[in-house]
Write a protein that binds this ligand. Structure first.
Ligand code: NAD
Ligand code: MG
Length: 401
């Protein structure tokens, strides 16, 4: 994308935490970006507000009733905005004309098809939706390569690693670049120091009260269990074609060092910044240039210190579940992701306790015993995903709230 041209954007998951942070950065650069499509699930009010501000040509609500409501809401004053609904609408948002760059910020497996569609169109993809890489990473990356789609990570850790890799990446692999390890930092979430025997009683609001980041509820719960770091471990392996043994996790409670790359000669490169997603978003929106993000610079002396510690496997068993799924290979990561989505939703709905999230995911992984080669079609991946969701439903019913 030439820097003097206007970049056409499509934002999938526009009303969410990443979507609105993206639009906050975009609004700081009038004339540089043109928002052509916005898509979300069913927040009609939020979507209507964004449509009035950014005037996209296409607005999509995945929920058909919400699409109708948005249509009624906008019709009179925004004749230039076409409203569509359902999965077909999401696909249109990924494929609409004049879009250079698709921001993949839907939460969960619902983002798979449109994100894959964007890859097949060869568009630049700003990838926040890590679940796509966990369930279908090999397929997605292969499609992106085949169609010349540049994938830029928005997840802060992966964006940090991308920033710490030389320009020769991805043309050359990690080994030939002298990379020894990728080190993902993790905050440890709200329960890093909480007495383990009190975890059974924590509420959804407590689990979502992240000490450093403000995010959607699903990823917030994942951060509390550290399943988020497990998903990110898989994400890193897929994005950077790294073997699992090359990726490590270290707890860093201040969330200032967003991740590191260790080189053969003993050098470690890190990316630092405030814990504000507008930094990785602005990096990916502007790449290879640098854009104003609206985030205040870091004051090193005010910060004083940075701490690092080993994650405790007893406290955070989800991290091991993710390593095991990665080792098992094949569909195990898709199973892990689906079971986790079901378990986290059940916890958020008050149907199971916090510690049951891990129990349910572990039970589904054990019963499905997936492994070996990965499914190499979307249909096969969707079938595994559906089966794991059914199994997770059964495992849920065995849990007591
Ligand atoms: P969120 O819950 O705030 O927003 C989710 C967005 O997805 C909303 O716009 C919602 O309308 C849309 N959506 C939900 N279900 C949908 C469906 N079935 N069809 C279409 N759209 C649907 O979540 P978030 O925190 O913005 O996270 C979005 C993604 O980015 C997740 O995959 C998350 O892991 C990842 N991510 C988020 C952060 C963060 O700081 N929030 C950081 C790194 C990665
Ligand atoms: Mg992250």
């Amino acid at each position: 994308v030439a820097h003097d041209a206007v970049t056409g954007l499509s934002i999938l998951g526009a009303t969410g935490s990443i979507g609105t942070s993206t639009l906050d950065v975009v609004a700081r650069h009038p004339g540089r970006f043109r928002v052509r499509a916005l898509a979300a699930h069913r927040d009609v009010k939020g979507m209507a507000r964004l449509c009035r501000q950014f005037r996209p040509e296409l607005a999509v609500m995945a929920d058909p009733a919400a699409a109708q409501a948005l249509y009624r809401e906008l019709n009179a004053d925004l004749p230039g905005t076409r409203v569509e609904g359902g999965e077909a609408g999401l696909m249109q948002a990924a494929e609409v004309e004049g879009v250079d760059c698709v921001v993949a910020a839907i939460v969960g497996a619902a983002g798979l098809l449109p994100t894959l569609a964007a890859a097949r169109q060869g568009r630049r993809i700003l990838l926040a939706n890590k679940e796509v890489l966990v369930m279908a990473g090999e397929l997605f990356m292969a499609e992106a390569r085949a169609h010349g789609a540049v994938v830029l990570p928005v997840d802060s850790e992966h964006n940090a690693i991308f920033q710490c890799l030389p320009d020769a990446y991805p043309a050359r692999d990690l080994d030939s670049l002298g990379v020894r390890r990728l080190i993902l930092t993790a905050s440890g979430g709200p329960f890093r120091t909480r007495a383990p025997d009190t975890l059974v009683r924590v509420t959804p609001d407590e689990a979502c009260a992240h000490p450093n980041w403000s995010m959607g509820r699903k990823i917030s719960v994942d951060s509390a269990t550290m399943m988020n770091k497990g998903l990110e471990l898989i994400e890193a392996c897929r994005l950077f074609s790294a073997e699992p043994r090359r990726v490590d996790v270290v707890i860093h409670p201040q969330s200032i060092v967003h991740s590191l790359v260790e080189y053969r000669d003993g050098s470690m490169l890190a990316q630092l910044g405030q814990p504000d997603m507008r930094i990785p978003i602005a990096h990916a929106l502007g790449w290879p240039e640098r854009l104003e993000s609206g985030v205040a610079p870091l004051d090193l002396t005010a910060m004083g210190r940075l701490d690092f510690e080993q994650p405790d496997p007893q406290r955070f068993p989800c991290l091991q579940l993710a390593y095991d799924a990665l080792e098992a290979g094949g569909d195990a990561c898709a199973v892990l992701n689906a079971a986790n989505e079901i378990a986290v939703q059940a916890f958020l709905d008050g149907r199971i306790g916090y510690t049951a999230i891990t129990t349910v995911v572990a039970a589904v992984l054990e019963r499905m015993n997936a492994g070996g080669a990965s499914a190499n079609s979307v249909e096969a991946i969707r079938a595994v995903d559906a089966e794991a969701r059914t199994m997770a439903g059964q495992a849920l019913r065995e849990q007591v709230v």
